[in-house]
Design a protein around this ligand. Structure first.
Ligand code: SF4
Length: 175
């Protein structure tokens, strides 16, 4: 339900991961995204959502194996409160028969037996892979279009035969 009205902001590294995954499962789509971009999905009621959402799939996410960090962790991870303690809020679509809807620190351990992962900590680990890109977070459509061109270029270079005298550019030119 979140994906229908949510477009994640993602890091260039996450975009490259998605672009590589898409190039592996649907090369034509990857080329189309690189050449034409991809638009957020607009529902009949005007809600804007993720362009990778698929109505026809029972899993809905078209890149489930390569989905961004926020999609993996939202509603399954904690945030830090102002004193630094982990806080876990049960999704409004979820069931909270365990008692309180918002749990913190010790209460989390009492209910779940352990503290859930903190999404900001996982995000820091992701940024640490390429610190120079930490300010490069963009909405998924824009980030994916940019990354697709780069990834397809690299795949094309990798696929080429060095003894081929008639090398073609790996990406079709627009227009
Ligand atoms: S990438 Fe997948 S899980 Fe994330 S918002 Fe899009 S459809 Fe949903």
């Amino acid at each position: 339900m979140c994906c229908e009205s949510f477009v994640p902001d993602i890091l260039p590294l996450e975009a490259a991961y998605i672009a590589t995954f898409l190039a592996g499962i649907d090369r034509d789509l990857a080329f189309r995204i690189a050449a034409e971009g991809v638009q957020a999905r607009v529902r009949s009621d005007g809600q804007t959502g993720c362009p990778l959402y698929r109505d026809e799939s029972i899993y809905h996410c078209g890149i489930y194996e390569a989905r961004p960090l926020v999609c993996r962790m939202f509603a399954f991870s904690a945030v830090r409160g102002k004193n630094g303690e982990p806080m876990f809020s049960v999704c409004r679509h979820g069931e909270y028969g365990l008692g309180a809807r918002l749990l913190t620190g010790k209460g989390l351990v009492e209910v779940f037996g352990l503290e859930p992962p903190v999404i900001a900590d996982m995000g820091s680990e992701l940024v640490a892979i390429d610190p120079s890109s930490s300010g490069g977070r963009k909405a998924l459509p824009e980030a994916l279009a940019e990354a697709s061109g780069l990834v397809l270029f690299l795949i094309g270079m990798n696929d080429r035969k060095d003894d081929d005298p008639d090398l073609q550019p790996p990406i079709p030119r627009a227009g």
